[in-house]
Design a protein around this ligand. Structure first.
Ligand SMILES: C[S@@+](CC[C@H](N)C(=O)[O-])C[C@H]1O[C@@H](n2cnc3c(N)ncnc32)[C@H](O)[C@@H]1O
Length: 281
């Protein structure tokens, strides 16, 4: 397994990390957020972090917390760019701001591997960064998420980016994928970024280690010949070995590449986020 290192860009930098926290710059706004994978010591002393940060997300429990304002002048809603796309960010009631910058390596792969009119499926698409990158490359994009607010947010990002004609699907990803299989639809590219754990609309529990094979099986049925499948996973209970075993069980003679998705800090620390599996013929 190798490290797949996402790159910073003009509007995003992982400045430092350590002490289970990370310091990030999003355009003109600097945040401090909890990060359990930052188990090492920070390079820059925390008191210097607080001199440059505008907001800090303070956790009160695994699922609850609040944003502390460190700079009253800083905007709580702002926009940043990634190449030709514009992304609207804001402080959400969780520790998220509307973008997962560690996905940059996947955006780059999409730019290199999607051509005009290629059908692209983004399952668990959130606010749509990957969908916008694909659409900016003239792909025919289908974006599926089960939360109405994030679909609306994705639409706003599409409009802010001067793009149009993304197919927004508000539905459970598994159900949508099952129906697409029945319809016989195929996709040149499929990306999936399921949560490790979740509670569905009808209180059904979602654990990725229980659903991984089923998700992959559906993606394989939806993939066009010569197409690719990307799956991001974050559960310590779904190891690279488990992923390979599931994939080898479903696929024959395919290139199954499992890498650790990570970002490097400006202070040269490596922060690991999860596993990125790429399947190509
Ligand atoms: C980790 S985020 C995906 C981030 C995305 N890849 C990105 O880079 O912007 C997971 C997303 O899955 C959505 N989600 C969770 N359970 C789902 C389900 N059963 N069906 C569809 N979407 C789901 C959540 O609403 C959330 O937007």
């Amino acid at each position: 397994m190798s490290l797949l290192i996402s790159q910073h860009w003009k509007d995003y930098e992982l400045l430092d990390a350590g002490g289970n926290k990370k310091l990030e710059r999003w355009g003109k706004v600097v945040t401090i957020r909890p990060e359990r994978n930052a188990y090492f010591r920070s390079v820059i002393p925390f008191e210097d972090w607080y001199k440059q940060a505008d907001f800090e997300f303070v956790e009160h429990s695994k699922t609850k917390g609040e944003w502390k304002v460190l700079n009253e002048q800083a905007p709580k809603k702002w926009t940043i760019g990634y190449k030709s796309i514009r992304l609207n960010l804001e402080l959400t009631k969780f520790k998220h701001v509307g973008l997962f910058p560690e996905q940059q390596a996947n955006w780059e792969f999409l730019e290199r591997n999607l051509k005009t009119d290629d059908r692209f499926l983004n399952l668990f698409g959130y606010t749509g960064a990957a969908s916008l990158v694909a659409r900016a490359n003239n792909a025919d994009v289908f974006h599926c998420d089960s939360v109405k607010q994030v679909i609306t947010w994705g639409r706003e990002n599409m409009e802010s980016s001067g793009l149009s004609d993304i197919h927004w699907v508000l539905e459970d990803a598994l159900k949508f994928a099952q129906r697409e299989v029945k319809r016989g639809n195929k996709y040149t590219g499929i990306i999936m970024d399921p949560p490790a754990f979740g509670i569905g609309a009808k209180k059904e529990r979602w654990k990725i280690e229980d659903k991984f094979s089923e998700l992959l099986e559906l993606a394989v049925q939806l993939r066009a010949p010569e197409g690719f499948i990307i799956v991001n996973t974050y559960s310590p209970r779904l190891t690279a070995k488990d992923i390979r075993q599931s994939a080898n069980h479903i696929l024959e003679n395919e290139n199954i590449q499992v890498d650790t998705l990570c970002l490097k800090t400006v202070t040269n620390k490596t922060l690991e986020y999860g596993l990125r599996t790429l399947i190509q013929p």
